[in-house]
Design a protein around this ligand. Structure first.
Ligand SMILES: [Zn+2]
Length: 166
């Protein structure tokens, strides 16, 4: 648990860093293909005015995802790069930030994970969609998936560019 003791937060605030077991941290259903493959690491700045605490910082966890295209499993560095939370205090002496960090990390999970997200490989699923007749790649149909990532088509264009430069 990422827990802070309210009375141990000095007026100038507190910087906390640490690790939590990654397994079960995301608290996903057993059927979910997402698996933690390491610990959760976090670095947070915590402040309080005795009525509330707030925390800002980062948290990261390597997870194993399943590519929506080729179903291959791959490791993805899941990150909550701009974690920010505010917790109202009643009489408690400690505040547990775990659920808030968890929520941010789950929101950071790609909705449509692609194994070639980093651009250092070409998804095998993409190769299978190539037409043998003219060698052209069929445009990806999941380009507008809202994940904010480049589409497979774009990655393919990029990797071809790299090949030409070599
Ligand atoms: Zn793939």
């Amino acid at each position: 648990m990422i827990r802070v003791h309210v009375r141990q937060i000095p007026p100038e605030g507190l910087h906390i860093e640490g690790e939590e077991p990654g397994e079960n941290f995301l608290d996903l259903p057993p059927t979910d293909p997402v698996r933690a493959v390491g610990p959760v690491t976090y670095a947070l700045d915590v402040g309080t005015d005795q009525h509330a605490i707030w925390a800002t910082g980062t948290a990261a966890l390597d997870v194993e995802l399943e590519c929506v295209r080729c179903l291959e499993k791959f490791t993805y560095p899941l990150e909550a790069p701009e974690f920010a939370a505010h917790v109202d205090l009643e009489d408690q002496e400690t505040a547990d930030l775990t659920p808030l960090v968890r929520e941010d990390m789950i929101l950071a999970l790609p909705a449509h994970p692609h194994c070639d997200w980093a651009g250092d490989k070409v998804c095998a699923g993409l190769a299978r969609t190539a037409s043998p007749a003219n060698g052209e790649v069929v445009p990806a149909t999941d380009g507008a998936d809202g994940s904010g990532q480049l589409t497979h088509h774009a990655w393919d264009a990029l990797s071809q560019l790299k090949l030409r430069q070599d």
